[in-house]
Design a binder for this molecule. Structure first.
Ligand SMILES: Cc1ncc(COP(=O)(O)O)c(C=O)c1O
Length: 472
């Protein structure tokens, strides 16, 4: 029974998204008649009531309207990113240049549930001061020179060996690229491979800053829902055939914001699709090592033999956000394009940071540190879940990562909850900014990783009290 409801809910969302995409892509234009409920139900092989429910919600969201006895029609004022682009072409500088996430982080609060960062007290701060001294002894001129654009060779060799040991796939130092955090890697990839109006596939929801980066580059974003069990790969293939994306940006392991992880079968299938339809998979893997009990499946790039995956592994979250070190594994055919944009951006990431990172990364301390933070984060996740248990809000308990992706009841609008929470010195991320379609308006992202255990209990209690006072 529970499963049937879930399935029905899922199909209904699929129809809703499909219709919205058709409208956004202008396949169905203003005042066009939508297919009849019966016709769409038969095409999509779902029950008629499911289509009807999706049409009704689209009407409620003002995307379609009804004419008596004539059926459903596309509303005239549906604005969305594609429409925005159509209206503003071809002036690229007119694209929205905004970083929604950094705006959310601006208010100064005591209870940070908006930061997908690990509590600085859990990071190996005092070891770094030892390594700074060691690095200056070993390389006295480290600040007197640039790194190579691709990154320090010693570090690239160490990382190549690390990936070989972990995943048993062949790799050389030349295949590894160092960037200043994964954020820079995403930015460089967007600059190197995306022209205005290129289509990119995105998970929905997704990492908010990546949405803003691709959008600022003029990309047209088409979304694929991510569920606890992964993507609907038929839908993915349908969109690939229909929209011919240049790339699919995805975060398949302890996904931000949902915490979901894609199965090995789906990983392999994605590589096959990328090979067959010739698009790139951009695998953003910032949380791979942050699991509680069981290590996640190997990254998608390990199944790729045709050079269709660019893999981004950030070490910022659990080693040092401040050192800004991420590794990119890039197929050789694409390397020059990335090198060019990287050299134009900064001529290479700071060498001092790379050397400090190298010495910590190669030490035995890393493994002990990882074991410690896995336990600490697991405890914090459980504290947050315990405190939220009284609310009746819904989430899928993550097996790693830093966030809970929580669905609020309809009567509790996240914007109002956020405004009142900030008054109580609490911050969180409204789900809407994680949605390229700017919907998902009943979801929020709560990070359990930044506040310590005491703050976490107090802060969530306060948040619950704010929510209860609003519900009255
Ligand atoms: C999915 C994802 N990618 C990239 C980043 C950027 O991280 P960094 O630039 O610190 O590596 C984040 C940070 O929250 C993230 O969640």
């Amino acid at each position: 029974m529970g499963k049937a409801i879930q399935n029905e809910d899922y199909l209904f969302k699929k129809i809703y998204d499909y219709v919205l995409h058709q409208i956004e892509r202008k396949e169905w234009k203003e005042h066009d008649k939508l297919p009849s409920v019966r016709q769409l139900a038969s095409e999509m092989k779902v029950h008629r009531l499911t289509v009807l429910k999706a049409y009704q919600l689209l009407k409620q969201h003002d995307k379609v309207y009804v004419k008596d006895k004539a059926g459903y029609f596309v509303q005239s004022n549906v604005t969305n990113n594609l429409e925005y682009l159509h209206q503003n072409n071809p002036i690229v500088s007119a694209y929205v240049q905004k970083n929604h996430l950094s705006e959310i982080h601006q208010p100064s609060v005591s209870y940070h549930f908006s930061q997908a960062l690990i509590d600085p007290n859990l990071l190996p701060n005092h070891y770094f001061s030892d390594y700074v001294k060691k690095v200056f002894d070993l390389y006295p001129k480290v600040l007197a020179t640039y790194s190579t654009v691709q990154g320090d060779l010693e570090l690239r060799e160490t990382l190549a060996q690390y990936f070989i040991n972990q995943y048993k796939t062949h790799l050389g130092a030349d295949d590894v690229f160092i960037t200043s955090g994964s954020q820079q890697a995403i930015h460089l990839i967007a600059q190197a491979f995306i022209k205005p109006r290129d289509v990119v596939l995105f998970e929905r929801p997704s990492y908010s800053a990546a949405i803003d980066i691709f959008r600022a580059q003029g990309a047209q974003i088409v979304t694929v829902d991510i569920h606890p069990e992964g993507y609907d790969l038929e839908q993915v293939e349908y969109y690939i055939k229909q929209y011919k994306p240049r790339l699919f940006y995805l975060n398949p392991t302890f996904h931000n914001p949902t915490g979901y992880t894609i199965s090995i079968e789906q990983r392999k299938k994605l590589v096959e699709l990328a090979e067959q339809y010739r698009f790139l998979l951009i695998e953003d893997d910032a949380y791979h090592d942050i699991y509680f009990d069981q290590a996640p499946p190997p990254p998608i790039y390990t199944y790729d033999s045709a050079g269709t995956v660019i893999y981004i592994r950030s070490f910022c979250k659990y080693i040092s956000p401040g050192l800004r070190i991420a590794a990119v594994i890039c197929p050789s055919s694409l390397r020059n394009a990335l090198l060019t944009v990287k050299s134009l951006a900064d001529n290479g990431s700071p060498l001092l940071n790379q050397k400090i990172f190298l010495h910590y990364f190669s030490s035995l301390r890393l493994q002990q540190h990882l074991e410690k933070i896995r336990i600490a984060l697991h405890i914090r996740k459980e504290i947050m879940e315990e405190e939220l248990a009284v609310t009746g809000w819904r989430w899928t308990s993550p097996k790693g990562g830093l966030n809970l992706w929580v669905e609020l009841p309809d009567k509790l609008p996240p914007e109002l909850l956020l405004a009142k929470s900030i008054e109580q010195s609490i911050s969180f991320v409204p789900g809407q900014i994680c949605d390229p379609l700017k919907q998902l308006s009943s979801w929020i992202r709560l990070s359990y990783s930044y506040a310590n255990e005491k703050q976490l209990r107090e802060g969530v209690k306060r948040l619950v009290a704010v929510a209860q006072s609003l519900s009255k």
